[in-house]
Ligand binder design. Sequence first.
Ligand code: SF4
Ligand code: SF4
Length: 71
Amino acid sequence: MAIDTINGCIGCGTCVQTCPTDVIRLDPTSGKAVITYPADCQICHLCRLYCPVDAITITPEKSIPVIVSWG
Ligand code: SF4
Ligand code: SF4
């Protein structure tokens, strides 16, 4: 696993829009972000960097940002 936890989410949806591999979804009931497909995480850190309330934690052993190119 790469993306680790989401705590304190305010449901803005930014991480859902920024994740290139659709790891995160907004729960329709709670309205908060949930890690739905953790195996697809590419450790790009975009979700963590763009979260306005710093709610996302990436597993420390894999905390070196990887530069990826999409499209
Ligand atoms: S680190 Fe990148 S690939 Fe992983 S959940 Fe966040 S935005 Fe998606
Ligand atoms: S960017 Fe942060 S506050 Fe916004 S939905 Fe994702 S985890 Fe929640």
